[in-house]
Write a new protein. Sequence first.
Length: 275
Amino acid sequence: MIKVSETQPDIPSLINTWALDDVQKNLLLKMAQSHQPYHYRTFQQLKFELKLRKKLVEAALALNDSGARFATFKKSKCNEKLWIRKDNGGFQLRFEVPAAAGIRDIFAHGRDYAFECTTAIMIMCYKAILDSIPEHIFNQLFQDLFLWDGYYDEDLALTRRPQSDNLAGDIRYFKNPDFDPEHSEWQGENTIDLGDGTFFGHGIGIGSEEFMIRTLNQKRIDGAQTSAYLMDEAMFPNFKTLSQYDQGTVETVRRTAISSCFLIGTVGSATYIGA
């Protein structure tokens, strides 16, 4: 169920008015038909979520094609012209490098990089956001970028939903309870739901739910009895929070600021608007 300002919108009208592609149409229909509520304060918030979810799918496909390899933290690798590899296997963006340049380099020169699947999720989230908001704002929000495991910048603001509706762009986790302790990297797989019944997991590739489970089941201890499985919950960036940085919203704020003599300022990674 979708509600915008407590009113259920006419879905066919939105599809026609917004000229949505197949990925976004499918998203909108799934959300509208769900028993779970999807509440928005404005139509712009809803439209931005559809855009960013599509960009998450595109980022997953791009990372799959980038040449970046899977590696444990001990064997991680990065382009050290742009990133500093830390002792824990994480990547710290060099001070003089814009965040957008650092993220784009991973996709453009993937063979210079190797990392595990949780870091891959963070990288795909940042790439999707970069492709959804103005570059100068992205650089401002994520100027001190650090890529490591599940660590993420507070402006990414990951959100959890207990029950996934199998939406494109959902971050889903395949758990492998009987993994081999000598290969803890196979205790599960973080993936992006591509919205067509398939998932992308860095180190495994693209495949169906059955393919992901079958692959993980091959990485269990001898005599394992418990199959890997897809967990119910989903995670995703906070679409509503990030929507304030959408190009259309930013331009509207700028025009309002000029006509109303408002001041726009920044403190750290936050943007403030005041009279």
